[in-house]
Design a protein around this ligand. Structure first.
Ligand code: CTP
Length: 411
């Protein structure tokens, strides 16, 4: 089967030219060159994917070097890993030497040695990701499909290549769920059986790798689908037994997207919604295990701290300046999470008021103005705060009001 036409239809002209040029260089060097992985799957499915992964049977550095010269592309090579990335204009492509992998023990990263396209495809996760397209000039566009990937695409099946797949690499459990839910496929019965048996193997995977998988799930357009499936299979519970992928979460994720549209929600917002029903102790344990970047951790800590203040937020006598004082200093994403999570409308409305209005309110007078008016250094911040509070509560509205207010207070 030749996919040259599909490549032309599915990719922008710049990338098609790149593949043709790369195929020409490969032919000259006598190297085998292949387009592999997700982009092949997505070309066959007619889904947009611009992430070009190439495998070369030969020396990646010299091949990529020759190609970079022709394209005036920037080359970043990692000879130790046999990989290179080319960047030119707004485009990029990853190139790797064909390899085979063996797993010394479950959960460990694989030992790698040079191989050919067969071994390179065999080391992959699922049949639909283990197809390649030849690029070397005379065979440009030919599909290589040794494991029935095309048939599985037609059947809408996620299937592993061999029985030890999930034992070798338990992160594939998360990947299977992610592809199944993204593509509306089904994990085929034997693969599902082995996946369930492999769930225990998730204990052999480091927290960093699990976090990476969770982040990939949360970057999906509808992450709640994969989380629901992961919960149903007992996979989410492996991250923490109290995490839930239920209707509550689905509703919050949908609202989160409405709130941040047209941008997708920040990763931290999704993580905060996923974890906000944990107790403080549970959340702390989870944070220790997954080791999110500092900003995400700070947001999750803020969520825990705001939760303690929620009673005050529903106090009817709370003034706008009281809301400001209560919520000032918390990360806006943490406040968004609490707002989306809250059942009590009054608390939700107050956080919304703070985020949309109150936190942007500024005094007309600056510290320098106050200094000119004779307020001494140590008091400036205090006076600015009380001015801002008076503004928030509608007691003063204009610069003149502020000047009058400061003068009255000084007397
Ligand atoms: N791969 C694998 N096992 C893994 C990770 C990756 O076999 N644990 C292989 C798959 O063949 C995959 C390719 O490496 O297609 C590239 O990995 P990645 O970029 O994670 O996957 P994509 O298929 O490009 O997926 P996505 O569409 O989610 O980016």
């Amino acid at each position: 089967m030749n996919l040259a036409d599909k490549i032309k239809e599915g990719l922008p002209a710049e990338l098609v030219n790149f593949l043709v040029t790369a195929g020409g260089v490969a032919e000259t060097c006598g190297d085998g060159l292949y387009l592999v992985g997700g982009v092949v799957r997505d070309l066959l499915l007619g889904r947009q994917n611009l992430d070009l992964d190439l495998v070369v049977e030969g020396d990646t550095k010299s091949f990529a070097g020759g190609l970079a010269g022709l394209l005036s592309a920037k080359l970043v090579a990692h000879p130790r890993f046999g990989t290179a990335r080319l960047r030119w204009d707004d485009w990029s492509a990853d190139i790797a030497t064909a390899r085979s992998e063996t797993y010394a023990r479950p959960g460990a990263l694989p030992a790698v040695k040079p191989g050919n396209i067969q071994t390179d495809l065999f080391r992959r996760d699922f049949t639909i990701n283990a197809m390649a397209i030849e690029l070397s000039a005379p065979r440009y566009g030919e599909l290589i499909d040794r494991f029935g990937g095309l048939a599985d695409l037609e059947r809408k099946s996620i299937r592993i290549l061999h029985e030890r797949s999930f034992i070798d690499d338990a992160t594939r459990i998360w990947r299977a769920i992610r592809y199944e839910q993204r593509l509306d496929f089904k994990i085929e019965p034997r693969t599902l059986e082995l996946l369930k048996q492999g769930i225990l193997m998730l204990d052999t995977v480091s927290g960093d790798r699990v976090r990476h998988e969770l982040e990939l799930v949360l970057k999906e357009p509808l992450p709640e689908k994969a989380l629901r499936r992961a919960a149903e299979l007992g996979v989410l519970a492996k991250i923490h037994p109290s995490l839930k992928g239920d209707n509550w979460l689905t509703e919050r994720f949908v609202r989160a997207r409405q709130l941040t549209a047209p941008e997708p929600p920040a990763l931290a917002l999704y993580v905060a919604l996923l974890t906000c029903r944990l107790t403080a102790d549970e959340a702390e344990r989870l944070l220790g295990y997954l080791r999110f970047p500092n900003t995400v951790t700070r947001i999750l800590e803020d969520v825990a701290n705001i939760k303690v203040e929620l009673d005050i937020l529903t106090d009817r006598s709370l003034t706008p300046s009281g809301i400001y004082t209560l919520l000032d200093g918390y990360h806006p994403t943490a406040l968004q999470a609490i707002m989306l999570a809250m059942e009590v409308p009054l608390a939700r409305e107050r956080i919304e008021e703070y985020l949309d209005k109150l936190r942007h309110i500024r005094t007309a007078l600056t510290g320098a103005d106050l200094a000119r008016m004779g307020i001494t250094g140590g008091h400036i911040k205090e006076v600015l705060n009380s001015l801002r509070n008076a503004r928030l509560d509608g007691k003063i509205k204009s610069r003149e009001d502020e000047v009058r207010w400061v003068e009255e207070k000084r007397e």
